[in-house]
Design a protein around this ligand. Structure first.
Ligand code: ADP
Ligand code: MG
Length: 270
């Protein structure tokens, strides 16, 4: 059964009496326990899409349902990770995670939420940093805390908006593998349903069961592509296969053919 159904969603923003269509007639679904990436160029409406899934923004037209129920606001079934680490600067890593847990599991005792925080900080390799404040942690470490927090919250759905976009290339690959391993069964209670926004094709292929490729101005679904590589996936092995190279090339050409269509040119210089 599908966990999330996005049906004919249009989002208009109004600024200075002018209306701007950020998303137009977007429809797709996400199965229970499925990992779906949304990929598209900057400004094509990816964050807008995530904000309506989160429930902080409402569609102008169309509907979103989760488990068959229409989304009308935020909910404890959804946890979010943003590109900017969004930790509370006045709380230690441990308290940031424990606070997230408290938001979802109302009434949980302090000991229990701190124990859960410790468990998840260990899963992301930060057991020795739990008493540090965000300003004492690198960007990559802060994003590990954000991941620990969202996993500790144990929501059915994870919404991730370019979570590794601000991280340097080496740490990005480490974090991608961490998320992949946790999601594929190395540490989360059950498989989460994930909507993961990125503009990185390799990241999308490595992590996803399916890729929703968007085109921009206004944001629309351009293509849906299944990613059928076996799991558990191993990046080093996967990228060496001929199938990976061919698939990646196919995705890249789709991605750029859309841009060529949109700008009306015949050639794109990379
Ligand atoms: P992406 O995440 O793909 O980069 P966004 O969803 O952030 O794209 O933005 C899509 C488009 O909507 C952009 O042109 C952006 O400028 C515009 N936009 C986003 N948020 C607002 C807003 N609150 N008011 C007006 N326009 C917005
Ligand atoms: Mg964005």
């Amino acid at each position: 059964m599908n966990k999330i159904e996005i049906q004919n969603v249009t989002v208009n923003y109004t600024e200075k009496n002018k209306s701007f269509t950020a998303l137009e007639d977007v429809s797709f679904s996400v199965g229970t326990g499925e990992f779906v990436s949304v990929i598209g160029t900057s400004g094509c409406g990816k964050s807008t899409l995530l904000s309506i899934l989160e429930g902080i923004n409402a569609p102008s037209k169309g509907t979103i349902t989760i488990d068959g129920k229409q989304v009308t606001g935020t909910g404890t079934d959804r946890g979010v990770v943003f590109q900017h680490y969004s930790l509370f600067p006045w709380m230690t890593a441990r308290n940031n995670v424990a606070f997230g847990v408290k938001q979802i599991k109302k009434g949980i005792s302090k000991t229990d939420r701190l124990n859960i925080a410790d468990e998840f900080l260990e899963k992301v390799g930060l057991e020795n940093f739990k008493n540090k404040y965000p300003s004492q942690l690198s960007g990559g470490m802060q994003q590990r805390v954000a991941i620990a927090r969202v996993l500790a919250m144990d929501t059915d759905i994870l919404l991730m908006d370019e979570p590794f976009g601000a991280i340097d290339a080496k740490n990005r690959t480490i974090l991608q593998e961490l998320l992949l391993n946790l999601w594929e069964g190395g540490g989360i209670q059950e498989k989460k349903t994930v909507v993961f926004v990125t503009h990185d094709i390799d990241e999308a292929i490595l992590l996803s069961d399916r890729i929703i490729m968007m085109s921009g101005s206004p944001g629309q679904v351009y293509k849906e592509i299944r990613v059928d590589f076996d799991r558990p996936r191993n990046r080093a092995k996967l990228v060496q296969t001929r199938e990976y190279g061919a698939f990646r090339n196919e995705l890249l050409s789709l991605f750029y053919s859309d841009i060529v269509n949109k700008i009306g040119g015949s050639e794109v210089v990379l």
